[in-house]
Design a protein around this ligand. Structure first.
Ligand SMILES: [Zn+2]
Length: 157
């Protein structure tokens, strides 16, 4: 038997005093390294069988409190990040609305729509390109709101 062959079976030797094969006994008699490997394996096995010292009073409750506190902290961090991202998004929306309302092009667009309505002209070249831009923006906002609703629904599950 070689050292590698002995190491392959050493975990199958459960306890001290368990019978070894004659081949393994023969190898151990001439190999101090494998005797040490066997002694370590038996020592580990012995430690695993012994009941550990009893936990100090309140240990379980302290661990549960610590886990809950850590979980709560993590939720607070995630909530803070989420609120920060929402705040930045709200600033972007506010700035976008402000630019939209105060833009000369927006006023010109609405003026062109009003002029077209007065003329009862629904195909004027001045208004149609803008209409498609606003339809696209509206679809974008609807998409964003739908995604937000969907994400919120996934969190609630
Ligand atoms: Zn050996």
């Amino acid at each position: 038997m070689t050292c590698d062959e002995f190491e392959a079976i050493v975990d199958d030797i459960p306890t001290e005093g368990s019978p070894l094969s004659a081949e393994a006994e023969g190898h151990l008699a001439g190999c101090p390294r494998c005797r040490m490997v066997l002694a370590v394996a038996q020592g580990v096995e012995h430690l695993l069988r012994e009941p550990g010292p009893p936990a100090p009073a309140g240990f379980t409750a302290a661990v549960q409190r610590r886990v809950q506190r850590d979980r709560w902290r993590m939720e607070q961090i995630v909530d803070s990040l989420f609120n920060g991202v929402l705040g930045v998004g709200a600033v972007f929306v506010a700035v976008g609305l402000w630019l939209f309302v105060n833009s000369g092009r927006t006023a010109a667009f609405f003026q062109s729509v009003v002029d077209a309505m007065r003329r009862e002209d629904w195909t004027t070249a001045a208004t149609l390109p803008h209409v498609w831009a606003y339809v696209g923006c509206t679809l974008l906002v609807i998409t964003a709101a739908t995604m937000w609703w969907w994400m919120d629904r996934e969190d609630a599950l």
